[in-house]
Design a protein around this ligand. Sequence first.
Ligand code: FAD
Length: 320
Amino acid sequence: MSPPSLIDTHPNLSDTAPVALSYELFPPRSPAAAETLWTTIRELETTEPDYVSVTYGASGSNRDTAVELINRLLLETTLRPLAHLTCVGNTPQELAGIIGELLDTGVRGILALRGDLPKDGGEPAPGALRYAQDLIELVRRVEQRRSALLCAGKIAVGVAAYPTRHPESPSEEHDVEVLLAKQRSGADFAITQVFFRAEQYADLLTRARRAGVTIPIIPGVMPLTSLRRLKRLGELAGVEPAPELIERLAAADSDLDRLHIGVNATVDLANAALEAGAPGIHLYTFNEHQSALEVLDKLALPRRTHSSSGRNIAARQLAG
Ligand code: FAD
């Protein structure tokens, strides 16, 4: 029998670790969308998430709006942004510049992604970063050059993980090998692509741990309330939504009925993921707060309690 680990025997570490809560937002595409987004941000802020992630358009198409949103989150809210960054379509020099810009604004979390390949195909430019793994290494190089500036907080680098096979990957085993390679290159945590069956997440955890992946793998959970979105995402990410859920949503008598069905299905999925060992829940909000808040309301997440920090007070003063 192996001796108990320090974590098991240390009195202050033996409690259940708090579960992380985070949301995904995307930069608004119009002034009207920005207004709705800011209502959502204020509603989500009341739930004191650990961080909110901000997506980055394919090939950096929305770079300015993404950076602007991140800046505003840092200046005007108590929220901690996790900036998505994709390497497709940008040179390493451009990416190093963007990483530096993000760090200068105060960002300390980057989700390093490859991004979806352009539809017209074509070979990447010579010297271009090919995989998310290359981007992690670039982030770590930029971080190293600024290590003296980062004494009060290093960068947390996250990556994507896939409960069902990535559409370009030969197998789920290959996906886990890629995740392990990303961990070796310096990834601190992973957030999963959407999935519709808890076993898919549980299987990924088992396969990843068996292969030597030790970083937290946080399930990305989408509120299952919109039939149109479920079908669209199924096509885009190559993930099949459960046919029985589609049928139940389609047969709902009213929007309210559909919301109840979708929220209950999402809560069941998130609870099953937590039971399988999920260290947190990352909610894909689609910039809407209603479903996300209803899901959160019904989830009994063991969260840490936050106290009013200097940062909260500063944000309130700015807002006031
Ligand atoms: P990679 O890990 O580089 O993998 C891409 C493909 O290459 C996979 O098939 C993998 O198996 C293969 N591969 C990787 N490394 C190697 C290697 N060393 N040798 C051989 N094959 C390899 N897209 C956006 O455009 N903007 C976003 O903001 C965004 N946010 C996302 C957030 C999350 C949580 C997730 C799960 C996805 C997100 N995406 C986003 C989508 C993502 O960009 C796509 O899924 C993309 O196709 C793959 O990105 P990746 O980072 O997983 O790439």
